[in-house]
Write a protein that binds this ligand. Structure first.
Ligand SMILES: [Zn+2]
Length: 479
Protein backbone atom coordinates (compact mmCIF):
# COMPACT_ATOMS: atom_id res chain seq x y z
CA UNK A 1 0.00 0.00 0.00
CA UNK A 2 2.69 2.40 0.99
CA UNK A 3 4.58 1.72 -2.22
CA UNK A 4 1.41 2.28 -4.24
CA UNK A 5 0.72 5.58 -2.45
CA UNK A 6 4.28 6.66 -3.07
CA UNK A 7 4.02 5.75 -6.73
CA UNK A 8 0.73 7.67 -7.09
CA UNK A 9 2.22 10.68 -5.31
CA UNK A 10 5.24 10.55 -7.62
CA UNK A 11 3.05 10.43 -10.73
CA UNK A 12 0.94 13.36 -9.45
CA UNK A 13 4.06 15.35 -8.61
CA UNK A 14 5.55 14.69 -12.04
CA UNK A 15 2.29 15.63 -13.73
CA UNK A 16 2.10 18.90 -11.76
CA UNK A 17 5.73 19.57 -12.57
CA UNK A 18 5.04 19.03 -16.25
CA UNK A 19 2.14 21.52 -16.15
CA UNK A 20 4.10 24.13 -14.26
CA UNK A 21 7.07 23.69 -16.60
CA UNK A 22 4.77 24.14 -19.61
CA UNK A 23 2.94 27.04 -17.98
CA UNK A 24 6.17 28.58 -16.65
CA UNK A 25 5.38 31.69 -14.71
CA UNK A 26 2.18 32.69 -12.98
CA UNK A 27 0.69 35.94 -14.25
CA UNK A 28 -1.76 38.15 -12.36
CA UNK A 29 -3.90 38.49 -15.47
CA UNK A 30 -4.07 36.95 -18.93
CA UNK A 31 -6.22 38.72 -21.51
CA UNK A 32 -6.85 36.39 -24.43
CA UNK A 33 -9.15 35.58 -27.30
CA UNK A 34 -9.42 38.98 -28.98
CA UNK A 35 -7.39 40.66 -31.69
CA UNK A 36 -4.39 42.26 -29.98
CA UNK A 37 -3.30 45.43 -31.79
CA UNK A 38 0.09 46.16 -30.21
CA UNK A 39 1.09 49.41 -32.01
CA UNK A 40 4.72 48.34 -31.48
CA UNK A 41 7.39 49.46 -33.98
CA UNK A 42 6.37 46.66 -36.37
CA UNK A 43 2.64 47.24 -35.83
CA UNK A 44 2.29 43.57 -34.79
CA UNK A 45 -1.27 42.25 -34.62
CA UNK A 46 -2.11 38.88 -33.02
CA UNK A 47 -5.43 37.24 -33.89
CA UNK A 48 -6.34 35.65 -31.60
CA UNK A 49 -3.77 37.20 -29.31
CA UNK A 50 -3.07 37.31 -25.61
CA UNK A 51 -1.34 39.51 -23.05
CA UNK A 52 0.12 38.29 -19.75
CA UNK A 53 0.35 40.88 -16.97
CA UNK A 54 2.19 40.75 -13.64
CA UNK A 55 2.83 43.44 -11.01
CA UNK A 56 1.25 46.05 -13.29
CA UNK A 57 3.56 45.29 -16.21
CA UNK A 58 3.18 43.39 -19.45
CA UNK A 59 5.08 40.10 -19.23
CA UNK A 60 4.35 38.89 -22.73
CA UNK A 61 2.26 39.64 -25.82
CA UNK A 62 1.75 37.18 -28.65
CA UNK A 63 -0.44 34.52 -30.22
CA UNK A 64 -3.11 33.39 -27.73
CA UNK A 65 -2.07 29.72 -27.78
CA UNK A 66 1.56 30.58 -27.07
CA UNK A 67 0.93 33.02 -24.22
CA UNK A 68 -1.77 30.85 -22.62
CA UNK A 69 0.52 27.81 -22.72
CA UNK A 70 3.37 29.75 -21.14
CA UNK A 71 1.51 31.49 -18.32
CA UNK A 72 -0.99 30.33 -15.77
CA UNK A 73 -3.14 33.19 -14.54
CA UNK A 74 -4.85 34.21 -11.33
CA UNK A 75 -7.38 36.13 -13.43
CA UNK A 76 -8.40 35.56 -17.01
CA UNK A 77 -10.23 37.96 -19.28
CA UNK A 78 -11.92 36.62 -22.38
CA UNK A 79 -11.60 39.25 -25.13
CA UNK A 80 -13.33 37.21 -27.83
CA UNK A 81 -15.12 39.54 -30.24
CA UNK A 82 -13.05 42.52 -29.12
CA UNK A 83 -10.00 44.49 -30.17
CA UNK A 84 -7.37 44.85 -27.46
CA UNK A 85 -5.38 48.06 -27.89
CA UNK A 86 -2.94 50.21 -25.91
CA UNK A 87 -4.57 52.82 -23.65
CA UNK A 88 -5.12 56.06 -25.58
CA UNK A 89 -2.93 59.07 -24.78
CA UNK A 90 -4.46 62.57 -24.79
CA UNK A 91 -1.52 64.97 -25.09
CA UNK A 92 -3.43 68.17 -24.36
CA UNK A 93 -6.46 69.04 -22.27
CA UNK A 94 -7.74 71.12 -19.37
CA UNK A 95 -9.58 68.42 -17.42
CA UNK A 96 -11.36 70.47 -14.76
CA UNK A 97 -12.93 72.64 -17.47
CA UNK A 98 -15.43 69.82 -17.96
CA UNK A 99 -17.41 71.75 -15.34
CA UNK A 100 -17.65 74.68 -17.79
CA UNK A 101 -18.70 72.45 -20.69
CA UNK A 102 -21.01 74.27 -23.09
CA UNK A 103 -21.00 77.48 -21.04
CA UNK A 104 -20.08 79.51 -24.12
CA UNK A 105 -19.74 78.21 -27.66
CA UNK A 106 -19.36 79.38 -31.22
CA UNK A 107 -17.01 82.29 -30.46
CA UNK A 108 -13.45 83.19 -31.51
CA UNK A 109 -10.75 82.06 -29.05
CA UNK A 110 -9.93 85.53 -27.64
CA UNK A 111 -13.59 86.47 -27.02
CA UNK A 112 -14.42 83.01 -25.67
CA UNK A 113 -11.52 83.28 -23.22
CA UNK A 114 -11.75 86.91 -22.12
CA UNK A 115 -15.54 87.37 -22.09
CA UNK A 116 -16.61 83.98 -20.72
CA UNK A 117 -14.00 81.52 -19.51
CA UNK A 118 -11.61 83.81 -17.62
CA UNK A 119 -14.48 85.54 -15.70
CA UNK A 120 -16.15 82.19 -14.89
CA UNK A 121 -12.83 80.79 -13.72
CA UNK A 122 -12.02 83.86 -11.61
CA UNK A 123 -15.29 83.43 -9.69
CA UNK A 124 -15.38 79.65 -9.36
CA UNK A 125 -12.08 77.86 -9.69
CA UNK A 126 -11.04 76.45 -6.31
CA UNK A 127 -9.41 73.24 -5.06
CA UNK A 128 -12.89 71.65 -4.86
CA UNK A 129 -13.79 72.77 -8.40
CA UNK A 130 -10.58 71.32 -9.81
CA UNK A 131 -10.95 68.08 -7.87
CA UNK A 132 -14.58 67.51 -8.93
CA UNK A 133 -13.95 68.68 -12.51
CA UNK A 134 -10.95 66.40 -12.89
CA UNK A 135 -12.98 63.48 -11.52
CA UNK A 136 -15.65 64.16 -14.17
CA UNK A 137 -12.98 64.29 -16.88
CA UNK A 138 -11.35 61.14 -15.52
CA UNK A 139 -14.67 59.30 -15.62
CA UNK A 140 -15.20 60.36 -19.24
CA UNK A 141 -11.65 59.39 -20.18
CA UNK A 142 -11.85 55.98 -18.50
CA UNK A 143 -15.17 55.26 -20.21
CA UNK A 144 -13.61 56.30 -23.53
CA UNK A 145 -10.39 54.29 -23.35
CA UNK A 146 -7.97 57.11 -22.49
CA UNK A 147 -5.43 55.98 -19.91
CA UNK A 148 -2.89 58.84 -20.01
CA UNK A 149 -3.44 62.57 -20.40
CA UNK A 150 -1.55 65.85 -20.20
CA UNK A 151 -3.30 68.65 -18.34
CA UNK A 152 -2.79 72.40 -18.08
CA UNK A 153 -4.77 74.12 -15.36
CA UNK A 154 -4.82 75.54 -11.82
CA UNK A 155 -4.67 73.80 -8.42
CA UNK A 156 -2.96 70.87 -10.13
CA UNK A 157 -2.24 69.30 -6.76
CA UNK A 158 -6.00 68.77 -6.45
CA UNK A 159 -6.16 67.50 -10.03
CA UNK A 160 -3.48 65.03 -8.94
CA UNK A 161 -5.65 63.80 -6.04
CA UNK A 162 -8.49 63.15 -8.49
CA UNK A 163 -6.21 61.37 -10.98
CA UNK A 164 -4.80 59.27 -8.16
CA UNK A 165 -8.30 58.23 -7.07
CA UNK A 166 -9.40 57.49 -10.65
CA UNK A 167 -6.29 55.38 -11.31
CA UNK A 168 -5.26 57.16 -14.52
CA UNK A 169 -1.77 58.21 -15.62
CA UNK A 170 -1.21 61.95 -16.16
CA UNK A 171 1.28 64.73 -16.76
CA UNK A 172 -0.18 67.61 -14.76
CA UNK A 173 0.98 71.10 -15.72
CA UNK A 174 0.46 73.99 -13.30
CA UNK A 175 -0.28 77.23 -15.16
CA UNK A 176 2.11 80.17 -15.27
CA UNK A 177 0.36 83.32 -16.55
CA UNK A 178 0.88 87.08 -16.21
CA UNK A 179 -2.34 88.00 -14.45
CA UNK A 180 -3.77 86.95 -11.10
CA UNK A 181 -5.45 83.53 -11.31
CA UNK A 182 -7.37 81.55 -8.68
CA UNK A 183 -4.38 79.78 -7.15
CA UNK A 184 -1.68 82.44 -7.43
CA UNK A 185 -1.44 86.18 -7.88
CA UNK A 186 2.05 86.59 -9.31
CA UNK A 187 5.18 84.75 -10.42
CA UNK A 188 6.58 84.42 -6.89
CA UNK A 189 3.38 82.71 -5.71
CA UNK A 190 3.34 80.48 -8.80
CA UNK A 191 6.88 79.33 -8.10
CA UNK A 192 6.05 78.73 -4.42
CA UNK A 193 3.03 76.66 -5.48
CA UNK A 194 5.14 74.73 -8.00
CA UNK A 195 7.68 73.90 -5.33
CA UNK A 196 5.15 72.28 -3.02
CA UNK A 197 3.29 70.63 -5.93
CA UNK A 198 6.48 69.09 -7.29
CA UNK A 199 7.59 68.00 -3.83
CA UNK A 200 4.25 66.31 -3.14
CA UNK A 201 3.94 64.36 -6.42
CA UNK A 202 7.41 63.89 -7.91
CA UNK A 203 8.32 60.22 -7.96
CA UNK A 204 4.69 59.03 -8.08
CA UNK A 205 4.44 56.14 -10.53
CA UNK A 206 1.39 57.51 -12.40
CA UNK A 207 1.41 61.26 -11.75
CA UNK A 208 4.06 63.53 -13.24
CA UNK A 209 4.04 67.18 -12.15
CA UNK A 210 4.82 69.61 -14.97
CA UNK A 211 5.32 73.30 -15.64
CA UNK A 212 2.74 74.94 -17.91
CA UNK A 213 3.33 78.52 -19.03
CA UNK A 214 0.02 79.32 -20.74
CA UNK A 215 1.36 80.81 -24.01
CA UNK A 216 4.02 83.23 -25.29
CA UNK A 217 1.32 85.95 -25.56
CA UNK A 218 0.17 85.62 -21.92
CA UNK A 219 3.61 85.14 -20.34
CA UNK A 220 6.45 87.67 -20.27
CA UNK A 221 10.01 86.66 -21.07
CA UNK A 222 10.69 86.71 -17.32
CA UNK A 223 7.81 84.29 -16.64
CA UNK A 224 8.78 81.98 -19.50
CA UNK A 225 12.40 81.88 -18.37
CA UNK A 226 11.42 81.27 -14.73
CA UNK A 227 9.13 78.41 -15.81
CA UNK A 228 11.90 76.89 -17.93
CA UNK A 229 14.45 77.23 -15.10
CA UNK A 230 12.11 75.60 -12.60
CA UNK A 231 11.38 72.72 -14.98
CA UNK A 232 15.09 72.21 -15.58
CA UNK A 233 16.04 72.33 -11.90
CA UNK A 234 13.31 69.82 -10.96
CA UNK A 235 13.62 67.80 -14.21
CA UNK A 236 9.95 68.28 -15.10
CA UNK A 237 8.21 68.39 -18.50
CA UNK A 238 6.99 71.72 -19.94
CA UNK A 239 3.56 72.14 -21.54
CA UNK A 240 2.67 75.33 -23.47
CA UNK A 241 0.19 76.60 -26.09
CA UNK A 242 2.04 77.89 -29.17
CA UNK A 243 1.03 79.26 -32.59
CA UNK A 244 -2.66 78.52 -32.16
CA UNK A 245 -4.30 81.36 -34.10
CA UNK A 246 -3.53 83.69 -36.99
CA UNK A 247 -3.90 86.60 -34.54
CA UNK A 248 -1.19 85.10 -32.30
CA UNK A 249 1.11 84.93 -35.32
CA UNK A 250 0.45 88.51 -36.47
CA UNK A 251 0.77 89.86 -32.90
CA UNK A 252 4.10 88.04 -32.55
CA UNK A 253 5.33 89.59 -35.80
CA UNK A 254 4.29 93.02 -34.59
CA UNK A 255 5.79 92.64 -31.11
CA UNK A 256 8.96 90.64 -31.72
CA UNK A 257 9.34 90.54 -35.53
CA UNK A 258 9.33 86.77 -35.10
CA UNK A 259 6.97 83.81 -35.21
CA UNK A 260 5.88 82.48 -31.78
CA UNK A 261 8.16 79.44 -32.20
CA UNK A 262 11.22 81.46 -33.30
CA UNK A 263 10.58 83.97 -30.49
CA UNK A 264 10.64 81.18 -27.89
CA UNK A 265 13.83 79.80 -29.44
CA UNK A 266 15.40 83.29 -29.40
CA UNK A 267 14.88 83.71 -25.64
CA UNK A 268 16.40 80.30 -24.91
CA UNK A 269 13.10 78.74 -23.88
CA UNK A 270 13.93 75.50 -25.70
CA UNK A 271 17.54 75.29 -24.52
CA UNK A 272 18.64 72.13 -22.78
CA UNK A 273 19.60 72.28 -19.10
CA UNK A 274 23.35 72.39 -18.30
CA UNK A 275 23.23 68.61 -17.74
CA UNK A 276 22.35 68.22 -21.43
CA UNK A 277 19.36 66.03 -20.59
CA UNK A 278 16.41 66.59 -22.91
CA UNK A 279 13.19 67.10 -20.93
CA UNK A 280 9.88 66.90 -22.80
CA UNK A 281 8.60 70.25 -24.08
CA UNK A 282 5.11 69.83 -25.54
CA UNK A 283 3.80 72.57 -27.84
CA UNK A 284 0.02 72.43 -28.12
CA UNK A 285 -1.49 73.40 -31.50
CA UNK A 286 1.35 74.63 -33.76
CA UNK A 287 -1.27 75.59 -36.34
CA UNK A 288 0.56 78.68 -37.60
CA UNK A 289 4.09 77.42 -38.21
CA UNK A 290 6.24 77.88 -41.31
CA UNK A 291 8.94 75.46 -42.54
CA UNK A 292 11.62 77.24 -40.48
CA UNK A 293 9.48 76.83 -37.33
CA UNK A 294 9.17 73.12 -38.08
CA UNK A 295 12.94 72.94 -38.54
CA UNK A 296 13.35 74.45 -35.05
CA UNK A 297 10.91 71.88 -33.62
CA UNK A 298 13.03 69.08 -35.09
CA UNK A 299 16.33 70.69 -34.14
CA UNK A 300 15.36 71.14 -30.47
CA UNK A 301 13.64 67.74 -30.25
CA UNK A 302 10.32 69.31 -29.20
CA UNK A 303 6.96 67.54 -29.13
CA UNK A 304 3.77 68.75 -30.79
CA UNK A 305 0.19 68.14 -29.71
CA UNK A 306 -2.36 68.29 -32.53
CA UNK A 307 -5.91 69.17 -31.44
CA UNK A 308 -8.00 68.98 -34.61
CA UNK A 309 -11.46 69.43 -33.10
CA UNK A 310 -10.42 72.48 -31.07
CA UNK A 311 -8.74 74.04 -34.11
CA UNK A 312 -11.93 73.47 -36.12
CA UNK A 313 -14.41 74.59 -33.47
CA UNK A 314 -12.52 77.78 -32.62
CA UNK A 315 -11.78 78.32 -36.31
CA UNK A 316 -8.09 78.56 -35.44
CA UNK A 317 -6.85 77.07 -38.70
CA UNK A 318 -5.56 73.73 -39.97
CA UNK A 319 -2.19 72.50 -38.73
CA UNK A 320 0.00 71.02 -41.46
CA UNK A 321 0.23 67.64 -39.74
CA UNK A 322 1.00 65.82 -42.98
CA UNK A 323 4.20 67.92 -43.15
CA UNK A 324 4.99 67.14 -39.49
CA UNK A 325 4.67 63.44 -40.28
CA UNK A 326 6.72 63.70 -43.49
CA UNK A 327 9.49 65.59 -41.70
CA UNK A 328 9.60 63.07 -38.85
CA UNK A 329 8.51 65.46 -36.09
CA UNK A 330 7.33 63.94 -32.82
CA UNK A 331 3.60 64.56 -32.39
CA UNK A 332 0.59 63.20 -30.56
CA UNK A 333 -3.11 63.94 -30.50
CA UNK A 334 -5.17 65.90 -28.01
CA UNK A 335 -8.73 66.99 -27.42
CA UNK A 336 -7.98 70.37 -25.81
CA UNK A 337 -10.38 71.54 -23.12
CA UNK A 338 -13.93 70.23 -22.99
CA UNK A 339 -15.47 73.62 -22.16
CA UNK A 340 -15.86 75.34 -25.51
CA UNK A 341 -13.18 73.96 -27.75
CA UNK A 342 -14.40 70.43 -28.42
CA UNK A 343 -16.62 69.73 -26.16
CA UNK A 344 -15.70 66.21 -25.14
CA UNK A 345 -12.59 64.15 -24.43
CA UNK A 346 -13.01 61.46 -27.08
CA UNK A 347 -9.68 60.33 -28.48
CA UNK A 348 -11.52 58.21 -31.07
CA UNK A 349 -12.95 61.44 -32.48
CA UNK A 350 -9.50 63.08 -32.27
CA UNK A 351 -8.07 60.34 -34.52
CA UNK A 352 -10.97 60.50 -36.96
CA UNK A 353 -10.93 64.31 -37.24
CA UNK A 354 -7.12 64.50 -37.48
CA UNK A 355 -7.09 62.20 -40.48
CA UNK A 356 -9.95 63.83 -42.31
CA UNK A 357 -8.69 67.36 -41.64
CA UNK A 358 -5.22 66.50 -42.99
CA UNK A 359 -6.82 65.05 -46.13
CA UNK A 360 -8.83 68.26 -46.62
CA UNK A 361 -5.76 70.45 -46.05
CA UNK A 362 -3.56 68.58 -48.53
CA UNK A 363 -6.31 67.52 -50.98
CA UNK A 364 -4.62 64.13 -50.73
CA UNK A 365 -6.61 61.20 -49.28
CA UNK A 366 -3.45 59.10 -48.84
CA UNK A 367 -1.90 61.27 -46.11
CA UNK A 368 -2.12 60.14 -42.47
CA UNK A 369 -3.51 56.64 -43.01
CA UNK A 370 -5.49 55.09 -40.16
CA UNK A 371 -2.53 53.14 -38.79
CA UNK A 372 -0.48 56.32 -38.29
CA UNK A 373 -3.44 57.99 -36.59
CA UNK A 374 -3.75 55.15 -34.07
CA UNK A 375 0.01 55.43 -33.46
CA UNK A 376 -0.38 59.19 -32.86
CA UNK A 377 -3.11 58.49 -30.29
CA UNK A 378 -1.02 55.86 -28.48
CA UNK A 379 2.71 55.22 -28.95
CA UNK A 380 3.69 58.59 -30.41
CA UNK A 381 1.59 60.52 -27.88
CA UNK A 382 3.32 58.65 -25.07
CA UNK A 383 6.73 59.46 -26.61
CA UNK A 384 5.71 63.12 -26.98
CA UNK A 385 5.05 63.26 -23.23
CA UNK A 386 8.33 61.53 -22.39
CA UNK A 387 6.50 58.32 -21.42
CA UNK A 388 7.47 56.20 -24.41
CA UNK A 389 9.31 53.63 -22.31
CA UNK A 390 6.36 53.24 -19.97
CA UNK A 391 3.18 53.20 -22.06
CA UNK A 392 1.71 53.75 -25.54
CA UNK A 393 2.06 50.23 -26.96
CA UNK A 394 1.45 46.65 -25.89
CA UNK A 395 4.97 45.32 -25.42
CA UNK A 396 6.68 43.23 -22.76
CA UNK A 397 8.23 45.47 -20.12
CA UNK A 398 5.77 48.36 -20.52
CA UNK A 399 3.08 49.14 -17.95
CA UNK A 400 -0.17 47.29 -18.56
CA UNK A 401 -2.28 50.20 -19.89
CA UNK A 402 -4.80 48.24 -21.94
CA UNK A 403 -8.22 48.86 -23.51
CA UNK A 404 -10.77 46.34 -24.81
CA UNK A 405 -13.10 47.55 -27.58
CA UNK A 406 -16.28 45.76 -28.63
CA UNK A 407 -16.62 45.59 -32.40
CA UNK A 408 -19.78 43.58 -33.03
CA UNK A 409 -21.94 46.65 -33.57
CA UNK A 410 -23.97 48.06 -36.45
CA UNK A 411 -21.42 50.84 -36.97
CA UNK A 412 -18.39 48.51 -37.02
CA UNK A 413 -19.53 45.36 -38.83
CA UNK A 414 -18.65 43.91 -41.26
CA UNK A 415 -15.25 44.07 -39.73
CA UNK A 416 -12.35 44.26 -42.20
CA UNK A 417 -9.26 46.11 -40.97
CA UNK A 418 -8.36 46.84 -37.34
CA UNK A 419 -6.96 50.32 -38.01
CA UNK A 420 -9.82 51.41 -40.26
CA UNK A 421 -12.34 50.21 -37.67
CA UNK A 422 -10.65 51.89 -34.71
CA UNK A 423 -10.09 55.24 -36.43
CA UNK A 424 -13.13 55.66 -38.67
CA UNK A 425 -15.88 53.57 -37.04
CA UNK A 426 -15.31 52.95 -33.33
CA UNK A 427 -16.95 55.25 -30.75
CA UNK A 428 -15.99 55.73 -27.11
CA UNK A 429 -19.13 53.80 -26.09
CA UNK A 430 -17.60 50.68 -27.67
CA UNK A 431 -14.91 50.61 -24.97
CA UNK A 432 -15.84 47.88 -22.47
CA UNK A 433 -12.79 47.42 -20.24
CA UNK A 434 -9.76 49.48 -19.25
CA UNK A 435 -6.66 48.69 -17.22
CA UNK A 436 -3.89 51.04 -16.04
CA UNK A 437 -0.80 49.47 -14.46
CA UNK A 438 -2.73 46.19 -14.75
CA UNK A 439 -5.47 47.51 -12.48
CA UNK A 440 -9.03 47.37 -13.82
CA UNK A 441 -10.56 50.86 -14.03
CA UNK A 442 -13.51 49.95 -16.27
CA UNK A 443 -15.28 46.59 -16.11
CA UNK A 444 -18.06 45.82 -18.60
CA UNK A 445 -18.55 49.56 -19.22
CA UNK A 446 -18.79 50.37 -15.47
CA UNK A 447 -16.13 52.50 -13.82
CA UNK A 448 -14.64 50.58 -10.91
CA UNK A 449 -12.66 53.37 -9.27
CA UNK A 450 -15.24 56.19 -9.34
CA UNK A 451 -18.91 56.34 -8.40
CA UNK A 452 -20.57 57.60 -11.57
CA UNK A 453 -23.64 59.07 -9.89
CA UNK A 454 -21.77 61.13 -7.32
CA UNK A 455 -19.35 62.44 -9.98
CA UNK A 456 -22.26 63.54 -12.21
CA UNK A 457 -24.23 65.00 -9.29
CA UNK A 458 -21.23 67.12 -8.30
CA UNK A 459 -20.95 68.39 -11.88
CA UNK A 460 -24.59 69.52 -11.90
CA UNK A 461 -24.11 71.29 -8.55
CA UNK A 462 -21.07 73.13 -9.87
CA UNK A 463 -22.96 74.26 -12.97
CA UNK A 464 -25.60 75.84 -10.72
CA UNK A 465 -22.88 77.62 -8.74
CA UNK A 466 -21.23 78.89 -11.92
CA UNK A 467 -24.56 80.20 -13.22
CA UNK A 468 -25.32 81.91 -9.93
CA UNK A 469 -21.87 83.51 -9.85
CA UNK A 470 -22.25 84.89 -13.34
CA UNK A 471 -25.90 85.80 -12.81
CA UNK A 472 -26.68 84.29 -16.14
CA UNK A 473 -30.11 85.54 -17.08
CA UNK A 474 -30.72 83.48 -20.13
CA UNK A 475 -31.72 80.01 -19.11
CA UNK A 476 -30.09 77.39 -21.26
CA UNK A 477 -31.51 73.94 -21.73
CA UNK A 478 -29.87 71.58 -19.33
CA UNK A 479 -30.67 68.23 -17.89
ZN1 LIG B 1 -5.51 74.23 -24.54
Amino acid sequence: MRRLELAVALVVALACGAVSAARGETADLVISGGIVVTVDAKFSVFSPGAIAVKDGRILAVGPAAEVSARYSARNRYDATGKLVIPGLVNTHTHAAMTLLRGLADDLPLDRWLTEHIFPAEAKNVSPGFVYDGTLLAALEMIEGGTTTFADMYYFESDAARAVDKAGLRAVLGETFIDFPVPDHKDLAETLAFMKSFAKRWKGNSRIIPAVAPHAPYTCSKETLTAARDFAQSERLPILIHVAETRKELSDAHEKWRKTPVSYLASIGFFDKPPSGERLPIVLAHGVWMDPSDRALIGQYGLSLSHNPESNMKLSSGIADVAAWEKEGLLWGLGTDGPAGSNNDLSMFEAMDFAGKLAKVKTEDPTVLPARELLAAATREGARALGLGAKTGSLEAGKQADIVAVYTQTAHEEPFEDVYSTLVYSTKTADVTDVWVDGKRLLANRRCVTLDEKSVLDAAVKWRKKVHASLAVAAKRTKK
